[in-house]
Design a protein around this ligand. Sequence first.
Ligand SMILES: [Zn+2]
Length: 305
Amino acid sequence: MGRYRIGVDLGGTKTEAVLLDGRRVARRERVQTPGDYAGIVGAIASLVARAADGLPGGLGSVERIGVCTPGTEYGPDRLIANSNTPSLRDMPLRRDIREALRRDDVVIENDANCFALAESVMGAGSGYDVVFGVIMGTGVGGGIVIGKRIHRGANGIAGEWGHHTLHAGGNRCYCGRSGCVETYLSGPALESRWAQMTGRAEGMPQVAGLVTQDGGIADGARGPEGARAWLEETINNFGLALANVVDILDPDVIVMGGGLSNMDVWYGAGAESVRKNVFSSLASDVPILRNKLGDSAGVIGACLI
Ligand SMILES: [Zn+2]
């Protein structure tokens, strides 16, 4: 691999670019994500130019430029679908960034895939071959990396466990179906279920403080009525949903990312629930690890595509 790469993380609120020198982050540039499409394309072009500024051959010495963003590309024109940024939907982002930068090798990749790739090359999954990267936060997503390469699948949806059916006929999902994993294990879903079962409107950071790794309520914080039932249900949903992934993919490791990955319970009682629910005892030892790259995984993954 060449020495320099640039990755851009295009998020709903901020857009960040890094210059990777080998495996080291050499420069980091960040702006607020503009609200309009032309502004977004312009911001990416100027961030990339700033990241390459001062390099001996300028942008010409950068081997690869990747852009990480939620959503997928579709059709021959590679339009953006499933983005949480409205102005990007159905736009030819790849073509327009290539034109703005006058480079025809810019690629766009889903944020969960970038996370999985970054963790498999430079993070918690670096010693493993088949890595399943989990995103649990505002939404639930995932990415598969095999031999340090993203496995996208025939239609680019490989790893999207967030819309597997966890409970047939269950919660309505924005995707148009019901019972999807995301409607039980995303941050908003867990918060609304907590409010329903305990009568308390609290955010997940507060709730997380009450929950121990082994699936109990912390000493001295008995928790409201309904807390234990909520926790039991949550652990069971996590175990069932991830066991389904393990049964199909049989990964060497699962690396957790997203805002909810900070909760200790996934690595104790949650992992135990996965083990109980997998089909084969041979596949029951899959390690479930915390990510190592934190918020930087997406932008680093974009460099490594
Ligand atoms: Zn869904």
